[in-house]
Design a protein around this ligand. Structure first.
Ligand SMILES: Nc1nc2c(ncn2[C@@H]2O[C@H](COP(=O)(O)OP(=O)(O)OP(=O)(O)O)[C@@H](O)[C@H]2O)c(=O)[nH]1
Ligand SMILES: [Zn+2]
Length: 221
């Protein structure tokens, strides 16, 4: 069996966020290796399929438990592992660009923590550069890191905003998410036309209504 890492030696998933913003994790969340997690989830998902009455000897179904386990650990929930936190590189703002920068229509794929079904939408983020500018793709990567967890949209919005404030070394950050929740669309109220919008405005975006309006105009709202 693979050597177990010492959980105490690993960073917390959200150690840069205030306690109330962190994704709720067990203290020993990082004790298992990826392969151990995949093996355990495979066994449990096989049992779920068995309980549903599915014939696991069928060659189309037989690989499904491990397929689902790999998808959970390596794709849908890879943002639970702090090793995947993107490194946000800053560059000196040599060109003295001090106006709003918007990265809009960032593809957002997350998972509802109440029902474990997809949340699909777009994130729009903006900041006011000061002494530094950021590599654009890092904005997308921060969105993806926090999206790839079981989530509620409100916490996701605030986690992205707080991470950007710290990484970009400015409070002048805006985040707006518009998303469809499959738990609302495909079950329960079965409403396929409603969507959910959340927004967080830090620093100048909170104080300055004109700046907020400009952000909304630039993202087409
Ligand atoms: N605030 C918030 N609620 C969410 C989010 N995603 C799903 N929910 C809601 O979480 C709630 C869970 O409520 P419950 O009453 O325990 O679950 P339920 O019986 O499946 O509820 P229905 O969906 O109304 O059938 C539902 O109202 C969901 O719409 C989210 O991102 N934010
Ligand atoms: Zn849900």
């Amino acid at each position: 069996m693979a050597k177990q890492p010492d959980p105490a030696a690993l960073p917390g998933a959200d150690d840069r966020l205030d306690a109330e913003l962190r994704t709720p994790l067990r203290p020993d969340a990082f004790a298992l290796s990826e392969e151990d997690k995949i093996a355990g989830i495979t066994a449990h998902f096989r049992e779920i399929m068995h309980l549903l009455g599915l014939d696991l000897t069928d060659d189309s179904l037989n690989g499904t438990p491990r397929r689902v386990a790999k998808m959970f650990v390596n794709e849908w929930f890879r943002g639970l592992d702090p090793q995947h936190r993107p490194e946000v590189r800053l560059f000196e703002n040599r060109y003295q660009y001090n106006h709003i920068l918007v990265e809009r229509d960032i593809t957002l794929f997350s998972c509802c923590e109440h029902h474990f079904v997809p949340i699909i939408g777009k994130a729009h983020v903006a900041y006011l550069p000061g002494e530094h500018v950021v590599g654009l793709s890092k904005l997308n990567r921060v969105v993806q890191y926090y999206a790839r967890r079981p989530q509620v949209q409100e916490r996701l919005t605030r986690q992205i905003a707080e991470e950007l404030k710290q990484s970009l070394r400015t409070d002048d950050v805006a985040v707006l998410i518009e998303a469809d929740h499959l738990c609302v669309m495909s079950r329960g109220v079965n409403d396929t036309s409603s969507s959910t919008i959340t927004a967080e405005y830090g620093g100048a975006f909170g104080r300055d209504e004109q700046l907020r309006r400009e952000f909304l105009r630039l993202i087409g709202k």
